[in-house]
Design a protein around this ligand. Sequence first.
Ligand code: DHB
Ligand code: MG
Length: 218
Amino acid sequence: MGRIVPDLVEQYLSRLNRQSDTVLDAVAAAGAARGLPLIDAEVGALLRVLAGAVGAARMLEIGTAIGYSTIWLAGALPASGTLVTMEMDAERAREAREHIAAAGLSDRVMVMVGDARLMLAKVAGPFDLIFQDGDKQLYNPMLDRLVDLLRPGGLLITDNVLWDGEVVPGFIPSPARRAEDTRAIAGYNERVNAHPALRASTVPLRDGVSIAVKHRSP
Ligand code: DHB
Ligand code: MG
């Protein structure tokens, strides 16, 4: 449970959400057993709603982990759609591929292994939706490239923008997160919300989800 939304409210939201499925539940359980920082099903449902709302046929994800958010997103793809997802850790990427196969999505999802900063130079846009959930120190350095890769009207969605509330000055009496990461995310939030090519809104769901739409005209 997060520290932003009170536990009882999170439990209420969880009960309302009926969009999960057996593969997603199994991947979530595998992640929880190892303490992996996956999104939760409520953020997953938000991703799927947003992907459907913009008719996303081409998506990009930074930070695959074991494929949980990937499956939430890819579940909104049309049959001819594609999702490219980038993961630093080869073992996690291998597991993600297994989970994506179990969800019947291997034909639409490509898992790339390596440093996303380098791989971003090689992928071709435009993407309808980009989900940023990778290394928090890299949110800022990647931002302009991700905006370039987005189609006008496309969405840049970012996880963990409230960082357990630690980006909010004075909110957490004894911060437990690495201060560099907290500073990086706080700086990223300022930039996304002031970015000339974006209009942004921050949803305080779970650990904070930023949703930004790229302007349709420059
Ligand atoms: C961390 C990363 C995440 O993407 C997340 O959702 C939660 C925690 C982390 O690096 O600690
Ligand atoms: Mg995250």
